[in-house]
Write a protein that binds this ligand. Structure first.
Ligand SMILES: C[S@@+](CC[C@H](N)C(=O)[O-])C[C@H]1O[C@@H](n2cnc3c(N)ncnc32)[C@H](O)[C@@H]1O
Length: 317
């Protein structure tokens, strides 16, 4: 099936530096070369006397400081006290092209019809909002405040509060989807439990689609994303910074700053999210272990064109 190159813009899809290739595995259908998206390395400016200016602190130093300072930060405020800012952080239009990959994969695997689908970790429902015209959707998320955003956007969808690792709705679907909520699975045990949740909610031969934003092979330290948006008297500048305090474990952190300007008053808040990070092969192995036959569908949705895949599992029974 033909896949076109897409460039949606949304948080976490920032401009990243070139990176190492994913080691080709037997299941990879195609590998795209990484292309640098940042300009040529910048020269240090010259001081007034013509001598090179003093070099600023090196990333390694900042990295070490960050490691000790981030630990005490509150986590996941975006999905709780700042959930009302979600429409400024991320909007449905930014997902239109990305959602076209999901629609195509579901159509290819399920055929025509208004099939029943379940999204785990639906968040504000932005990606799902592009699928509800074609499929009968049900949605789950840990955060009731994020579900409120999705309910506003997707009033026809049935919403449930639940943890994707343990939720049991007592219903079966033709497909289970996990979009970028996949980033919040922090251990192999989390992956296994969530794949079990998917399998339990699927009819025989049902489809499970997951889209991790990063793999161990594609993560780059110190990537930055920022954007300013406003609605009425509220303006939000959102800055996101990727950090891996311990490259030997299966997690990274994403540090967020929110500069919230409301009726002329500026307030600055910070937030920390912990993300899981695994080799692509770990995802494939654990999905197969759960009973899925897995295809990797190239998913060229990131601005840096890093290697990304929709992991499409079909229950073998
Ligand atoms: C980035 S948001 C998803 C945005 C979504 N893709 C959209 O299109 O609007 C990630 C969501 O994952 C949810 N989440 C994180 N861990 C979860 C878990 N264990 N079970 C269910 N939801 C979870 C968060 O509450 C959050 O709403």
């Amino acid at each position: 099936m033909p896949y076109t190159r897409l460039r949606p813009c949304r948080p976490g899809k920032a401009v990243w530096r070139p990176q190492q290739h994913i080691t080709p595995g037997c299941r990879l259908q195609s590998l795209r070369s990484f292309r640098p998206t940042l300009g040529p390395s910048r020269r240090l400016p010259e001081a007034a006397n013509g001598a090179p200016a003093r070099r600023v602190r090196q990333p390694e130093t900042l990295y070490a400081i960050g490691k000790s300072q981030t630990k005490g930060m509150k986590t996941n405020r975006m999905y709780d006290e700042f959930a009302h800012l979600w429409p400024l952080i991320s909007d449905p239009a930014g997902y239109a092209e990305e959602a076209s990959y999901w629609r195509q994969v579901l159509r290819d695997k399920l055929g025509p019809g208004r099939h029943a689908i379940l999204e785990l970790g639906v968040g504000g429902g932005n990606n799902l909002s592009h699928l509800t015209a074609d499929f009968q959707a049900t949605a789950v998320d840990l955060s009731d405040k994020m579900l409120a955003n999705s309910r506003r956007l997707n009033p026809e969808v049935e919403h449930h509060v639940g943890d994707m690792r343990t939720v049991r709705l007592g219903k079966k679907f033709q497909a289970v989807l996990i979009h970028d909520a996949a980033d919040y699975l922090l251990s192999e045990d989390d992956l296994r439990q969530t794949f079990q949740t998917a399998a339990i909610h699927l009819h025989p031969k049902g489809i499970f689609v997951a889209a991790p934003d990063q793999y161990r092979e594609t993560f780059r330290q110190s990537q930055v994303y920022h954007r300013t948006r406003s609605k009425g008297e509220l303006e939000l500048t959102h800055i996101e910074y990727a950090n891996d305090p311990d490259p030997s474990d299966t997690t990274t952190e994403s540090i967020h700053f929110y500069l919230i300007r409301e009726r002329g008053h500026l307030r600055i808040e910070q937030d920390r999210h912990i993300f899981g990070l695994f080799p692509l092969q770990t995802w494939l192995n654990l999905m197969e272990e759960t009973g899925f036959q897995v295809d990797t569908v190239p998913y060229d949705v990131h601005e840096d064109h890093r290697e990304a895949y929709l992991l499409v599992g079909q229950l073998s029974r």
